[in-house]
Design a protein around this ligand. Sequence first.
Ligand code: PLP
Length: 408
Amino acid sequence: MNGSMRIYFDYNATTPPAPAVADAVTAATRDLFGNASSVHFFGQQAKGAMDTARSSVAALIGADPSEVVFTGGGTESDNFAIRGAAEALEPAKRRHLIATAIEHEAVLNTLKALARRGWTTTLLPVDQSGIVSPERLREAITDSTALVSVMHANNEIGTIQPVAELAAIAHEHGALMHTDAVQSVGKIPVDVRALGVDMLSLSAHKFNGPKGTGALWIKRGTRLQAMQTGGKHERGRRAGTENVPAIVGMGVAAKLAAEKLGAEAGRVGALRDRLEEGILRHVTGTAVNGARMSRVPNTTNISFDRVEAESLLIALDLEGVAVSTGSACSSGTLEPSHVLRAMGFPPHRTQNSLRFSLGVFSTQDEVDRVVELLPRLVEKLRRLTKRSHEDTKNAKAHEATSVQKSSS
Ligand code: PLP
């Protein structure tokens, strides 16, 4: 397979860095080596570059730069928001945490860890469209709820949750509201005030920035226990010498994303729709998982009847097309998607679904190539599955007759 012919439709796992991001990271690594806490020229130069990045990240989400805390990515931001809020509110006897059943592992496993240490947790169910109803939150929330954490866009199916409505309910009960916006920032307009949340997680590598860097937006006045203790970096919120090159790269990525947001969402949305419609039309036994209306524009999750998703993923990879069976963290295992399971799909459907996620470098030619490839690959896999089912049936019949013969 020629490398240049490879098609990357796995932008929700990670995105390629924009060329300007790669250049900025390289330049900052070389030229901005000062410690941003140092008072001399070199330190202040690094600090200045970080301030610029902070402003760009803040502008992308409608925030004030002073409310942006740089972290080591989405997972750390989620941990910081949840653990920081849980610990800060513990003395107030608020020891109940709420999230949804379709959160990323960064949220789900953090709740599990806190549950082992005595917090009570509730996971809100979603309907078959993959959306949580505000009613479910009303039923679950109590006056001892410390935090409600609901993702903005889901990583596997792309559905967008009614975060603003949920935040209003959380606040009625004196709870804090966090949203994991890792999959929406850079894809759709995200405005922290409009969402009405207290904390918002984002991750640079999901919008063409560098990996291992992200931010937690914390509304001014929100009490949060620092998780990483040490020096006074990030206003005492997150200790440790900052990764200046990565932060600079995230700033450039945020600026590019903000500039292109409207046009790019339209372009990518049209490509995603073309891909989705092409697959539904040309491959029999296919269906889209999740609400098609309330969705980020780059994602589609499609179920292929009588196909093992993992086999189709490999068949596509051999043809140079990279897709995913849900979250990157659980790929490599045959664990069925917890998101599709929470949506109430039967086991076969949680195991026959593929996620196609597009982005800034995706083209119409790539979409058309994938639509052209799929019918043949799917038919081949279905023939193989049918044959292996028949072989199993024949072997069982043969076994049964030999048992009969030997017992007669
Ligand atoms: N939250 C969501 C919704 C994600 O999709 C991801 C990444 O897959 C994360 C959190 C974790 O982000 P990071 O890879 O930056 O740790």
